[in-house]
Design a protein around this ligand. Structure first.
Ligand SMILES: [Zn+2]
Length: 417
């Protein structure tokens, strides 16, 4: 590695590229609306392709529109080292979510070119299609098909609200690529991303060494009672599903804080039906989101929540039913990739901590087919999926330098370095 010591990315060039990309789909409030497979997404992709080719890469596109910009290594048969993320945004998205990971990968390749760095392994910068899931559901569909979580027909048939399919829109913008959408030999995959939460900023750390992604489960809990008139029916003669709800919630909050600092419980929505002021509700449905980085603990949280719900329904003589709406198991990233990120962070002397991602990312699917890990940098106030999303140029530069170090650690064999 000695010949690459001291190589640093160009932070100003990275920032300028981010700001240039942000003009495509720019919103009046300073954010970005560059949703997947729109004309703006096409313009963003074309710009990335031009930049990647100018940096000496060969760009190919697969059947899901995922883009692969390759900087060749000396060994054509060696597995690739990849840096990937997404260029699409939420309708009222920011300038950094996803885009930073792609353009940081580009900046790394530009830096390798500037310094005539030769790697044994090829380096691929990957743009995954429709990560956000804003225009087409589900989210992370491009990386999902790539990793075999969904088949191509499913991916192609997803529809926007207007009824346009992914296949139609890929063809319309010219990104229905000829490359097969499937995994290939990858030695290591990295994704650098803004944290989208407040932890790094709060702890005054520049780098988050991401060890995994929280397990997440969505439950719909419905309590059913008797919808009677609010006036004539005495309190003692009601089966009221709203009664005791706050006590049930307090018990659940007490349970979750007793688990550990990584446990999360959110009651994001409560719906009472029929929803009239002077009628006892027939049903109350609560949308629940529980999360934990450890799969066994996530299961324990669910078991305890269920018993709290059962106590509540017995005490109030109402019927409780639970429906699982969505489940994404906890994921631990690859130890070698984590170690490469940690080594690069230490070499730079950056204040850092280990962290678990609270949000989903393309890396969740990529991790199914390749050794993977992520790097986080702080974002202002932890705000993301918002036009006000902001990040410090120095932090973005630091994260990109960590990406450079981690990539080189994997792309240059120690015996060849
Ligand atoms: Zn993202």
């Amino acid at each position: 590695m000695s010949k690459t010591d001291g190589i640093r990315i160009n932070g100003t060039r990275l920032w300028d590229s981010l700001m240039t990309m942000a003009k495509i789909g720019a919103t009046e409030a300073g954010g970005c609306n560059r949703q997947a497979l729109t004309d703006d997404d096409k313009d963003g992709r074309n710009l990335f392709k031009q930049w990647a080719e100018d940096a000496g890469c060969t760009v190919t596109v697969d059947a899901m529109g995922n883009m692969f910009a390759r900087r060749a290594g000396t060994d054509p048969s060696a597995a690739a080292v990849i840096a990937g993320s997404h260029l699409d945004t939420q309708p009222t998205g920011g300038k950094f979510d996803g885009v930073y990971g792609v353009l940081a990968g580009l900046e790394v390749v530009r830096t390798l070119e500037d310094n005539d760095v030769v790697t044994q392994h090829p380096v691929d910068i990957v743009v995954w299609t429709n990560e956000e899931g804003a225009r087409f559901s589900p989210a992370m569909i491009g990386s999902g098909v790539f990793a075999g979580a969904f088949d191509l027909e499913y991916g192609h048939s997803r529809e926007s609200k207007e009824g346009e399919t992914i296949a139609e829109e890929l063809a319309r913008i010219g990104y229905d690529g000829s490359r097969e959408c499937k995994s290939y030999p990858i030695k290591a995959a990295f994704e650098v991303h803004i944290e989208q939460g407040p932890i790094l900023e709060n702890n005054e750390n520049t780098i988050g060494i991401v060890t995994g992604v929280q397990g997440m489960k969505w439950l719909d809990v419905t309590f059913e009672g008797d919808p009677v008139h609010a006036g004539p029916t005495p309190m003692s003669m009601r089966r009221d599903p709203m009664r005791g709800i706050s006590a049930m919630m307090q018990a659940a909050y007490a349970m979750i804080v007793s688990i550990d600092d990584d446990a999360r419980l959110t009651f994001g929505d409560i719906k009472a039906l029929p929803g009239a002021r002077n009628t006892v509700p027939e049903t109350v449905t609560i949308a629940v989101d529980i999360r934990h980085p450890n799969e066994a603990t996530l299961g324990e949280i669910e078991r305890r929540l269920v018993s709290i719900i059962e106590e509540h329904s017995a005490a109030n003589n109402v019927l409780a039913t639970l429906r699982e709406e969505w489940y994404s198991p906890a994921l631990e990233f690859d130890q070698n990739c984590i170690a490469a990120v940690e080594a690069a962070t230490n070499e730079l002397g950056m204040p850092a901590q280990r962290i678990v991602s609270g949000a989903g990312h393309d890396s969740v699917y990529v991790a199914r087919v390749a050794p993977t890990s992520m790097i986080f940098v702080p974002c202002e106030g932890g705000i993301s999926h918002n036009e006000a999303e902001n990040a410090d140029a120095d932090d973005l530069e630091a994260g990109c330098n960590v990406l450079l170090g981690a990539l080189l650690n994997m792309a240059i064999e120690p015996d060849r370095g």
